[in-house]
Design a protein around this ligand. Sequence first.
Ligand SMILES: *[C@@H]1O[C@H](CO)[C@@H](O)[C@H](O)[C@H]1NC(C)=O
Ligand SMILES: *[C@@H]1O[C@H](CO)[C@@H](O)[C@H](O)[C@H]1NC(C)=O
Ligand SMILES: *[C@@H]1O[C@H](CO)[C@@H](O)[C@H](O)[C@H]1NC(C)=O
Ligand SMILES: *[C@@H]1O[C@H](CO)[C@@H](O)[C@H](O)[C@H]1NC(C)=O
Ligand SMILES: *[C@@H]1O[C@H](CO)[C@@H](O)[C@H](O)[C@H]1NC(C)=O
Ligand SMILES: *[C@@H]1O[C@H](CO)[C@@H](O)[C@H](O)[C@H]1NC(C)=O
Ligand SMILES: *[C@@H]1O[C@H](CO)[C@@H](O)[C@H](O)[C@H]1NC(C)=O
Ligand SMILES: *[C@@H]1O[C@H](CO)[C@@H](O)[C@H](O)[C@H]1NC(C)=O
Ligand SMILES: *[C@@H]1O[C@H](CO)[C@@H](O)[C@H](O)[C@H]1NC(C)=O
Length: 576
Amino acid sequence: MAFGALLRALTIASVVCGVVGNNTPDISSVAPTIVLDKGTFVGVSNGNVTSFRGIPFAEPPVGNNRFRVPVANDPYTGVHSAANYGLACLQQSSPLPIPGPGGLGMNEFITGNSANSELAQGEDCLFQNVHIPANTKPNAKLPVAVWIFGGGFQFGATNAYNGNAIVQRSIAIGEPVVYVSMNYRLSAFGFLSSKEVNEAGVGNLGLQDQRLALRWVQKYVHLFGGDPTKVTIWGESAGALSVAYHLVVNGGNAEGLFRGAVMQSGSPNSLSDDPILAQSLYDGLVNKTGCTNSTDTLDCLRQVPAAQISSAMSATPGLFANGSLHLAWQPRVDGKFITDLPGRLAANGSIARVPFIGADVDDEGTIFGLSSLNVTDDAGFRNYITTFFLPNATSAQVDQVLQLYPSDPTQGSPFNTGTQNAITPQFKRMAAFLGDFVFQAPRRAFMQETAGKQDSWALQIQRGKMTPVLGSLHTSDISLAYGGTDLTDIVVNFVNHLKPNGKTVLQWPKYSASNPQMLALVDGTMPQQIINDTFRQDAMAFLFSLNENFVNATANLCVFESSGIFIKVGSAEVSL
Ligand SMILES: *[C@@H]1O[C@H](CO)[C@@H](O)[C@H](O)[C@H]1NC(C)=O
Ligand SMILES: *[C@@H]1O[C@H](CO)[C@@H](O)[C@H](O)[C@H]1NC(C)=O
Ligand SMILES: *[C@@H]1O[C@H](CO)[C@@H](O)[C@H](O)[C@H]1NC(C)=O
Ligand SMILES: *[C@@H]1O[C@H](CO)[C@@H](O)[C@H](O)[C@H]1NC(C)=O
Ligand SMILES: *[C@@H]1O[C@H](CO)[C@@H](O)[C@H](O)[C@H]1NC(C)=O
Ligand SMILES: *[C@@H]1O[C@H](CO)[C@@H](O)[C@H](O)[C@H]1NC(C)=O
Ligand SMILES: *[C@@H]1O[C@H](CO)[C@@H](O)[C@H](O)[C@H]1NC(C)=O
Ligand SMILES: *[C@@H]1O[C@H](CO)[C@@H](O)[C@H](O)[C@H]1NC(C)=O
Ligand SMILES: *[C@@H]1O[C@H](CO)[C@@H](O)[C@H](O)[C@H]1NC(C)=O
């Protein structure tokens, strides 16, 4: 059945996500305007919602600003259209894991958008958007939801997400909010990391872009009717991981930039680091752009055409390469903006003690398991997880992982689907391992560790379990969040009151370490249920105990795949 079912699943998923970006402005309305500094921005109204799109929040990160900490925009002057989204940042193309037609639609599925290559993109991409209830008065002091999109830190853009839908729903339930979303630099442009980068103090620029956008919100959102003291940062996947970083950087001092956080599929404990891989990626980029002999390679990289960097980064492992969740480009310790692994920072108290929601979908690992479908036996599974995720685990530890995540399909993910969806003998096992190792176990550990120190609520999304092969897959919560569902309400309630409860939400208790409960959003006639956050308890506790080994795991990745300049195998470099 395998590929037919998979194709259907991906098609269904694409259709579901198709609604996300459906955000056509109604040009018949009188165009709304807003004055920022001495500049006038002409937005669009659509029903009850007014939006101002494509507002630059930084100096363009081009020319000498490339690979530099973003600089706030100069005061605005002149008249500008704010009817359209700005350019997306340069995207890393991600070769799809499935050869042939089964793979079609994966990029659309992930980004909720047209294929990456069709997205209007450019290096000058630091734009953000503000969506507000129509006719909001400047002094309305509405709470503000700031959305950070996902896409593996490699792709994605704000125009894939319909901010109007969030604002419309917030109006409908009597809890109006302002919605803000920003672009941030991606892949090599946003997450270059090496000793050269760290010495120059220009690491983690994608996160620094987001932080600058949050400062912009502080400065300007009151003019849109937003309350700068009531900002919640909210993201999914790489967006949730970004939120996690904003919690722990700067010694945990939020600088008044936000007062709450919503993380859908990602927590501080999810994140890895790999300085060896990072340096290899940097050196490879230098090599491929002819900068090898330059006395200042970083400066040389600032001079080469953006297209050269773009094509070089697209030859590095994408989100659906064999190592899947072992991201090549991602935030890393740089000694300045990020001083340690975020899980360690959180554990030692370097964390903003703001209320948060920690959410996961039931089957986080299924789409990432598609990258290793050729792993079909115990030995292959063992080899894969030790290569990419547990290189530093003892043989006995790996044996234990194999026992806790058995090849029995009834134990695998999509969970609770019996013997169905076992498209290969190891697929459901792989999906269970990946989802728990990268998402579910780190979330639980983070919530256990912070319970009692800050308010939090745990959420488990178990809808769409009938989706073939993939179940409640990673990203399936995006169409729920933007769909005017109870998940939208949970977020809107939280943004308003720092509590997720409300008329449409089952009474849902705060997270407690000793009695850890979560709200489950499920299929069927009782769509909300309180469950215990104790499923796969022993397995997840053990996996999390190995989490520190996540460090350095990708030293085994092939660094520049398609043009194959060299491969790192451990610390040895093998030229092709
Ligand atoms: C405006 O909001 C109200 C209240 O939710 C709703 O009834 C109405 O349909 C909305 N109008 C449009 C054009 O979406
Ligand atoms: C770098 O220098 C070496 C040694 O002088 C030379 O062989 C090589 O061609 C140079 N590479 C580039 C890209 O100029
Ligand atoms: C890139 O690296 C390869 C292998 O180490 C080397 O042969 C080649 O000359 C380098 N290219 C440049 C432009 O430096
Ligand atoms: C990853 O898998 C693809 C497809 O099977 C293959 O073309 C590529 O060479 C693989 N890369 C590595 C590093 O194994
Ligand atoms: C936490 O760790 C970071 C980085 O190692 C360090 O700078 C900070 O002082 C530590 N904080 C505490 C409370 O130990
Ligand atoms: C799966 O494919 C990758 C890339 O082609 C290869 O490196 C790996 O060894 C394969 N795994 C198995 C179990 O065949
Ligand atoms: C894991 O890495 C640490 C630090 O490099 C090392 O001390 C330890 O021996 C390693 N464990 C295994 C099982 O290799
Ligand atoms: C959750 O755990 C508590 C305490 O162990 C138990 O009383 C309760 O029945 C459990 N609830 C569910 C839904 O399993
Ligand atoms: C990771 O790699 C760095 C650089 O080689 C090394 O110093 C560190 O000990 C490694 N950490 C682990 C856990 O292996």
